[in-house]
Design a binder for this molecule. Sequence first.
Ligand code: ATP
Ligand code: CA
Ligand code: CA
Length: 423
Amino acid sequence: GPLVGNLIGEDHVNYVLMYNMLTGIRIAVSRCQAKIRRPLTDEDYTARHKYSFDIVGNELTPSAKYDFKFKDYAPWVFRELREDYFHLDPADYLLSLTAKYILSELGSPGKSGSFFYFSRDYRFIIKTIHHSEHKFLRSILKKYYEHVKNNPHTLISRFYGLHRVKLPHGRKIHFVIMNNLFPAHKDIHETYDLKGSTVGREYPEEKAAVNPRAVLKDLNWINRGKTLELGPEKRALLTEQLRRDSELLKELGVMDYSLLVGIHLMQRGNRDNVRRRTLKVFSPDMPIISRKKTVSKGPRSPEAIAMRRIMREADPQSLGTATFSLPEEDTGERQHFLFYQDEGGLRATDEANEGMDTIYYLGVIDIVTPYSFFKKIEHCWKGLSADRHKISPVPPPEYAGRFFSFMKAVMRGGEGGTRFKSE
Ligand code: ATP
Ligand code: CA
Ligand code: CA
């Protein structure tokens, strides 16, 4: 699969940032979590809780290795999203992210300059975002929340938290925590990032031939004659969910999002074992897991409460023995979601709805780019050289319409199957 990062050790340039992000999350999230649940109010959507860390420590914040400030945005909203709609166990969430201060850095795969980090068990992704994206996400949070509530099987990115670290010299880093669509225990043999646009949407095939981790694009999909092999039942369900999701994105006035498609071929299996091998190379002393299988026991099991207490009291460094490795054939919270139920994804089916030997990992990603920002400018100059309807920066209603038509066309037997043949 494409998602293999480098573990961040103490000598890494981003070690301090990583330490600060994880310390902030650990303290802020467990603080909120320790309180008794109450119904959300309108103020919760705009709330921000501030923490100030230093090496001395105080009542609210234990001593940290570095001085920094941390802001937790809309903590109660994200808590409710995580517990009620994303089916995450609170203790499990914190453990995955912060039990050991290890993240692996994917670097900056897109053009945006955002950095991506994986939790050490690969379940969660931390993505740094631009200030404008951060402000925008806060402004749409209520609509996002309502959508998730009304669409438990949405394909849109699951946001688990929104935070900011401020370093002593004033630099501010905004970031979100979200689901990694690709499971740790399965190799992803092909990856596509599909927007429904053809202009400039091609990864060079000669490079793809030597790079199995390449993220391919719309034209590669079309030219290779790919289809999502889904029988009538799954096709109908997926189409309906994508329709609802693109309606929301249109209403939010965003564009530039894509459908990320990871393909696992069961015949080929996991013999590449890319992630596990990488982890071994980078961390020979990687501890063996002693964590129980992550079965969702509901948010407030006695174990979770006990864990939470441990999390609150423990010094992160001394937690070195609370170890874990990549979850095995365990789908955890994914079992609750229609499109992530088969080995954490969606198994291909034939016309009789019988299972085939492929598993798809699908999700709509990169959803916080409002049309209003710099895209308006891009629209003008790109429009001069290419057919206006094929370029990717178009107004949100057009973008959503084109996105949804393309997604219908990528499914076997889907409507408009010939509309997107390469021109
Ligand atoms: P740009 O704006 O240039 O597209 P970006 O920095 O906003 O880039 P994204 O489009 O969000 O980045 O993601 C870049 C790549 O990272 C994706 O094509 C995909 O390969 C991977 N990726 C992003 N989000 C996820 C996710 N939730 N699960 C798995 N992989 C992801
Ligand atoms: Ca993108
Ligand atoms: Ca982006």
